[in-house]
Ligand binder design. Structure first.
Ligand code: DGL
Length: 272
């Protein structure tokens, strides 16, 4: 069986390259729903339906474990997938998200007391990050801001001079709250973490998911030999997208240091 990695777009590829380099022997299938991105501005019900379609698609491609790299889908729909969909349809498969690992990392530093979250509108609206952070650190002050313009800018490879003013204006309200930790709560924001660091300065600790997920996944596999032993170790990688833009090809080639062969697929699968 394979490890599936799902994102609404190309941001998850940035996380995947770090996962693959930490855990290279497994077989991977990436699925990016590039045709229907952004998820961040959609209703909760739609995000749930899209995630269910994606998870089902990956399970049919022999994934035993799916990592939902997309924060919006993790925040708005993962719990329902885990508690309703899996027990009914795939009781022996696993779906993991990214919110709890990021929240755990944010509170790791004993000094973390004022935590900022930059995310999509959907993730902010769900309140999931704030809830998970407060569960782990009672009394933490959590401040959120939605950054709806960033994902489209990143997906089309906008230059830094276009991204920087948008990023700055989204970070300002969080900086005014004197945050000590910033969670980049969207797969895509890890791609611009250097710019975020430059704006925030050295005092603010930045949590970028591409840096934390590989170790979290490795730890999960160590704790769950019943999952790990079922995973194939053939070093294979497949890259599936629902639409293919030039920007995706260029960025994937840069991140994986060579051309990436994408296959365009249809979601939901059964649609004619
Ligand atoms: N991949 C999504 C996330 O991590 C962001 C893009 C979107 O809005 O679909 O939240």
């Amino acid at each position: 069986m394979k490890i599936g990695i799902f994102d609404s777009g190309l941001g998850g590829l940035f996380t995947m390259r770090r996962i693959v380099s930490r855990l290279p022997r497994y077989d991977y299938v990436y699925l990016g729903d590039t045709k229907r991105i952004p998820y961040g501005d959609r209703s909760r019900e739609t995000v749930y339906r899209f995630l269910e379609e994606a998870v089902d698609f990956l399970f049919r491609r022999d994934c035993g474990l799916v990592v939902v790299a997309c924060n919006t889908a993790s925040a708005e729909a993962l719990r329902r997938i885990q508690t309703e969909y899996l027990p009914r349809h795939y009781p022996d498969r696993k779906v993991l998200g990214v919110i709890i690992p990021a929240a755990e990392q944010a509170v790791k530093n004993p000094g973390a007391a004022r935590i900022g979250i930059l995310a999509t509108r959907g993730t902010v609206r769900s309140g999931t990050f704030a809830k998970e952070v407060r569960k782990l650190r009672r009394g933490a002050r959590v401040f959120q801001n939605a950054a709806p313009l960033l994902v489209p800018l990143i997906e089309r490879r906008a230059p830094a001079r276009e991204i920087r003013p948008a990023l700055q204006s989204y970070l300002q309200p969080l900086l005014r709250k004197r945050i000590d930790t910033l969670i980049l709560g969207c797969t895509h924001y890890a791609i611009i973490k250097r710019q975020a660091k430059a704006i925030c300065g050295p005092q603010i600790r930045i949590i970028a998911q591409d840096e934390i997920l590989p170790a979290k996944l490795a730890a999960y596999l160590r704790r769950h030999p019943e999952v790990e032993t079922r995973l194939g170790k053939g070093h294979s990688r497949r890259f599936l997208v629902t639409d293919l833009m030039d920007a995706t090809k260029i960025l994937a080639q840069k991140w994986f240091q060579g051309p990436v062969a994408f296959t365009i697929v249809r979601l939901p699968e059964q649609a004619g």
